[in-house]
Ligand binder design. Structure first.
Ligand SMILES: C[S@@+](CC[C@H](N)C(=O)[O-])C[C@H]1O[C@@H](n2cnc3c(N)ncnc32)[C@H](O)[C@@H]1O
Length: 278
C-alpha cells in the first residue's frame, strides 16, 4: 500500500529508498529522506498523511541515532506537530516519545522470544530499559517475575513508570533512573536470574556489571553489532563475539539470534549466555 502511495509522487527507485526506511510508531510516521529527495520531502509526507489512515504526523530523521540516550533529531514535515504517541505490541500499550527516548518497533519478535524464556519467580535486571518495552512484555507474560528496569534517560524512565501503570505491572516492574553500572553496584548486586543488555553499540563495556547483577548462576542476553556478509555469517560471528566478551567468566553461549540488519552488512545479534560465578 505504502509503495503505491509513494509511487504516486516518486519514481520506482526513489520510492524503494523511502520505503526501506519507513517506521510507523502509533500514529506517527518517521521516514528517512535520501539526500537527492530533499526537495520532495513535503510532498512525500503529505502523500503519506493523505493515504495512510492511521498516520497523524510525519517526521523525517534529521540525524542518526546518537548519544548515550540513543535518540535522533527529527524534522517535522506534516500533520500534527507532536512526538508523543501510543504504541501497542503483544497485548501491551506503550506511551512513546519518538524524539526524546529510544524506541524501535523493529524489535518486537525479539521481545516476545525473551519473554518466552523466562521461568517461574525470576528476578530480571534490564540494564537499558528505555520506555520499558522488554520489561513490561516480560512482566505481562510471566506473572511471577519481577523486573528492575534501569535507564539513565529521565524521559525514558518517566515513560517506563507510566507504561508499567498503563499495563498494570507497576508492582513487578521497578524503574530505576540511573547509570546501569552504578545502579547494579549500589542496589542490584547478586539479585538476578536473568540480565538484559539491549545496548548493542556499547554492551561490551558493561560485561562486569551484568555479571555482578547475577546470582551464582544466570543468563545474560548480550546484544551486539557484528559486520558480516550474510545472516548465517552474522550468527557465527555473534557467537564468537559473545565468547570473547565473557571470556573472563565460566560461561556457555546457548543460542545466538540474528535480530535484524541495521546497516549495509551490519547485523544486530543477541547471544543468550549462561554464566556460572565461581
Ligand atoms: C538502544 S536503547 C534500548 C531501549 C529499550 N530496551 C528498547 O528496546 O526499546 C538503549 C537505552 O539505554 C539507555 N542507556 C544508555 N547508556 C546507559 C547507561 N550507562 N545506564 C543506563 N541506561 C543507559 C539509553 O537511554 C536508552 O534508552
Amino acid at each position: 500500500m505504502l509503495k503505491n502511495v509513494l509511487a504516486s509522487v516518486l519514481d520506482a527507485e526513489e520510492a524503494a529508498q523511502v520505503y526501506s526506511a519507513f517506521d510507523q510508531v502509533g500514529d506517527i510516521v518517521v521516514i528517512k529522506i535520501p539526500d537527492g529527495l530533499a526537495g520532495k520531502k513535503t510532498v512525500i509526507a503529505q502523500a503519506i498523511l493523505a493515504n495512510v489512515k492511521t498516520a497523524k504526523a510525519v517526521f523525517a530523521q534529521a540525524s542518526a541515532v546518537r548519544g548515550d540516550f540513543r535518540v535522533r533529531d527529527l524534522e517535522f514535515l506534516a500533520g500534527e506537530n507532536r512526538t508523543v504517541t501510543e504504541y501497542k505490541e503483544h497485548g501491551c500499550r506503550f506511551k512513546v516519545d519518538v524524539a526524546r527516548a529510544y524506541f524501535s518497533p523493529r524489535l518486537s519478535t525479539e521481545r516476545q522470544r525473551i519473554a518466552s524464556l523466562v521461568g517461574e519467580g525470576e528476578t530480571i535486571v534490564n540494564m537499558f530499559a528505555g520506555v520499558g518495552t522488554y520489561s513490561i512484555i516480560i512482566a505481562k507474560a510471566n506473572k511471577t517475575c519481577r523486573v528492575y528496569s534501569i535507564d539513565s534517560n529521565p524521559v525514558a524512565n518517566e515513560l517506563c513508570i507510566e507504561n508499567a501503570r498503563l499495563n498494570k505491572v507497576s508492582d513487578r516492574v521497578i524503574p530505576v533512573c540511573a547509570d546501569a553500572t552504578s545502579a547494579i553496584r549500589d542496589q542490584l548486586t547478586g539479585v538476578a536470574d536473568r540480565v538484559l543488555m539491549p545496548l548493542p553499540e556499547r554492551a561490551k563495556e558493561f560485561i562486569a556489571p551484568a555479571v555482578a547483577a547475577l546470582k551464582e548462576k544466570g543468563v545474560v542476553h548480550y546484544f551486539a553489532h557484528v559486520r558480516a556478509d550474510s545472516k548465517k555469517h552474522a550468527k557465527e560471528l555473534g557467537e564468537k563475539d559473545a565468547h570473547e566478551a565473557f571470556k573472563d567468566y565460566e560461561h556457555d553461549v546457548t543460542e545466538t539470534t540474528v535480530v535484524r540488519e541495521v546497516g549495509p552488512r551490519v547485523y544486530q545479534i543477541v547471544a543468550d549466555v549462561t554464566v556460572t560465578k565461581a
